[in-house]
Ligand binder design. Structure first.
Ligand code: GLN
Length: 537
């Protein structure tokens, strides 16, 4: 076990989207499997204070932590691959760093000094390193973006300074780069990596380990060449080839002894890792016994990253049932102009239908069409956040007969505002960080479907929304078959509703997907996939 915290910095070279976040998470999982406590920090170079106000189509999903921080997607990978509980301190943007420094400056903390990138911004960054690495043996700190970008320079400079202050065996740098395969030459090319390492060295950072992403395994001669030109030991160069599933990365890295080498460099003496849970997942992914098809009906379907945690949670539900989940992405807006028969045609191949969260009116009527189809045809249906709200609107219109029902998010003066703003939200004008965010307790009704699925009375799930079920209309719904089976402990907020007359119709105001892991699927997702498999027959 390590005596003081050890630091692993993970940077990226050549291009983005090389899987730096997955690499960091997979390394974390292997260290955890050795009995070490790991913690993570993701640094994002953009100026937004957090990604909460960013369009999912630009930035991918916003990951919500237990303490209600709106953070980068990579934190989701960290939580799915390890048992760490991330919080606000585990994600920091350039904007947040500047915000902190400017707040201090306005307060007079710098005593009249000139406030500069070096040392003030770089000192603040190092403070963030320390804040995020409490109570752990190894802190894994990932820098977003690519080495060479103007934006990420202060982060890299802070790493250089931090390294200079620490013992050699306490801090290492892992650089994730690209080794492309050029088809016409039938060759793997090392030049982009050489350039990227040169750029890193210019900043004063010599990488200890290279992780080389590519289409295929890294042959010995390429390792030798990289070692020669990049000043990195041959046995510190690892391959990261494309694999079928991100969950194969822990076993793949371990087969190359990446975790062993990291421990040597950091002077950590630990037991061999127990990776049996990962081996089991890989086995299910390679040889699933069954297959199931799920339709995801949403607005951000053009960028699958927008629904990252959700897609992963569905996969986990599949693993729990030894099944492969085939997802079809359906743009809800496209359902709006179709006839009932055409909607049925689009959805008929789905064994289960899921309507996820979202913001804004676009595509909501299409979601309602999909929900109506699922309800009337006994297709397992899972509604999450906006998906839940639209399911209640659907029920109000077609069962209660309130044809004008809507959420006041879309029709502010709706005569039947099934979903509306609570008074506390109505006064808020700032957009960032002002929704109902983070984990809230929820009590499950006795004899309800969700109570049997969770197997307990009280749960904690994460929220990210402004609007809530209108309590004034609850009784009307209960009279026509809706069961509000999950509420806040004081019964003032509806968190779940279900339809007992339907084989599987569960809608949650919270986002259960944030708490699912491949090795421990969220009970609602495991149950939903099971119901979809039964529906397949
Ligand atoms: N737009 C809805 C609200 O703010 C739902 C949000 C969501 O689905 N995350 O309440």
């Amino acid at each position: 076990m390590a005596h003081s915290t050890k630091y692993i910095f993970v940077t990226g070279g050549v291009i983005s989207s090389l899987g730096k976040g997955i690499s960091a998470a997979a390394i974390g999982s292997l260290l955890e499997a050795r009995g070490l406590r790991v913690n993570f920090l993701k640094l994002d170079p953009y100026i937004n204070v957090d990604p909460g106000t960013m369009n999912p189509l630009q930035h991918g999903e916003v990951y919500v932590t237990e303490d209600g921080a709106e953070t980068d997607m990579d934190l989701g990978h960290y939580e799915r691959f390890t048992h760490t509980h991330t919080r606000q301190v585990n994600n920091c943007t350039s904007g947040r760093i500047y915000y902190r420094v400017i707040t201090k400056e306005r307060r007079g903390d710098y005593l009249g000094g000139t406030v500069q990138v070096i040392p003030h911004i770089t000192d603040e960054i190092q403070l963030v390193f320390r804040e995020a690495s409490q109570d752990c043996d190894v802190a894994i700190i990932e820098v977003g973006g690519t080495v060479g970008d103007i934006e990420s320079l202060p982060f890299l400079e802070a790493i250089r300074q931090f390294r200079a202050k620490h013992e050699r065996g306490d801090v290492i740098n892992i650089h994730v780069t690209l080794v492309p395969y050029i088809k016409t030459a039938d060759e793997l090319k090392t030049k982009p990596t050489q350039h990227s390492v040169a750029a890193l060295m210019e900043i004063g950072i010599l990488p200890d380990i290279l992780v080389c992403r590519g289409e295929r395994d890294l042959p010995m001669d390429i390792r030798k060449k990289l070692a020669l030109f990049c000043n990195v030991r041959e046995d510190c160069i690892f391959g990261a080839r494309d694999v079928e599933s991100i969950y194969m990365m822990p076993t793949y890295f371990h087969s190359q002894n990446l975790d062993g080498r990291i421990c040597e460099l950091l002077n950590i003496w630990s037991r061999e890792p127990d990776i049996s849970a990962w081996e089991r997942i890989v086995e299910i992914i390679r040889h699933p016994e069954k297959e199931v098809s799920i339709a995801l009906v949403g607005k951000y379907v053009k960028l699958h990253e927008s629904y990252k945690s959700l897609i992963e949670a569905l996969n986990h539900g599949g693993y729990a049932n030894n099944a492969k989940v085939r997802l079809s992405y359906i743009d809800s807006e496209e359902l709006e102009s179709l006839t009932d028969e055409e909607v049925a045609d689009v959805l008929s191949s789905a064994d289960g239908i899921l309507v996820p969260g979202g913001f804004g009116v676009r595509g909501t009527e299409g979601k309602i069409r999909a929900i109506e189809y699922a309800r009337k045809n006994n297709v397992p249906f899972f509604g999450i956040c906006l998906g839940m709200q639209m399911a209640l609107v659907e029920y109000a219109r077609h069962v209660c007969g309130w044809t004008d029902a809507n959420s006041s998010e879309f029709v502010p003066d709706s005569p039947h505002p099934v979903i509306h703003l609570m008074a506390s939200q109505a006064e808020i004008t700032d957009k960032g960080g002002t929704m109902r965010l983070g984990a809230y307790p929820c009590v499950l009704a006795e004899n309800s479907h969700v109570r049997s699925i969770y197997g307990k009375r009280e749960i904690h799930e994460r929220h990210r929304h402004r609007y809530e079920v209108n309590n004034d209309l609850r009784q009307d719904f209960e009279l026509v078959g809706v069961v509000f089976s999950g509420t806040s402990p004081d019964n003032s907020l509806v968190e779940i509703f279900e339809l007992p007359s339907h084989p599987w119709f569960i809608c949650t105001q919270f986002h259960p997907e944030y708490q699912s892991k491949p090795t421990d699927a969220h009970p609602l997702f495991a149950s939903f996939i099971e119901a979809a498999l039964n529906n397949r027959g």
